[in-house]
Design a protein around this ligand. Sequence first.
Ligand SMILES: [Zn+2]
Length: 221
Amino acid sequence: MHLLNGKMIIRFNMKSYPLLSAAISIVEWTLDCEKDRQVADKIEIYPLNKAQFGNNENKLLAEKGFGNCLIKSFDGIDYYVSIAINTEKCKKADLSEREISSIILHELGHILNEPELKIEPTLEYCFINGLGFNKQILNEIREYNSIAMETYADYYASKYGFGKELISTFQKQDKNFEQKIGFKKIRINKILNQEVLIGGFMKNKNTAGNIKKSQCLIFQK
Ligand SMILES: [Zn+2]
C-alpha cells in the first residue's frame, strides 16, 4: 500500500499492528524537516515476520534487536530502504508507542544522518594499496566506525526529542534479552550531553552496499 506523499510505506495490515501503526504516526508527525519528509516515501516499514532478508544471518541478527535497517536498492540516485521492527520483542519488553518511535527514528538516522566513515584497512585493501596489514588497527577502525554509525543514528532520534525514550529502550533490551546493547555508556552519554552529530543522507555512497550490509549486522548493538 502506497500512502500519501511524504508518508512512509507501510507493508502490513495496520489493524493487526496497532502499536506499530501508532508509533509510525508519531514519527510522521515529528518529521518536520522538508528534506526528511521528501524521502519518507522511499522508506518501507515492516514487522519482522513480514520483512525480507537477503540471507539468514541477517534475519537471525534482526531477531535479537528491536529494529533493523536494510538498503533494498541503491543505484547512486534512487533507493529503497526497508526498516523492520521486531514487534514481538517490543511487546515482550513492554515498549511504549514513543519508545518504538525512537527506534524507528534511530533506524531512519542510519539513512538520513550518516557519518563520514574511516576506510577500513582490510587485508585486501592493504594488499592493493601496498600497506602492511595490522589486525589491531583494523579492529580499532571498525569499532570507531560502529560507534560513529550508532551515535549518529541515536542523534537523529534525540534531535527530534526522543533521546530519553531511546535510552529507555537500551535499558529494556539489556534487562529482558540476552543480546546486550553495544557501546551503551558512550551512546547514553552522548544523548544525555546533547552532543550534536550532524551527518548526511547516505554519506557513504560509493560503498553503500557494503556498508549497509555491515551496518545491519551491528544494528542495536
Ligand atoms: Zn543502529
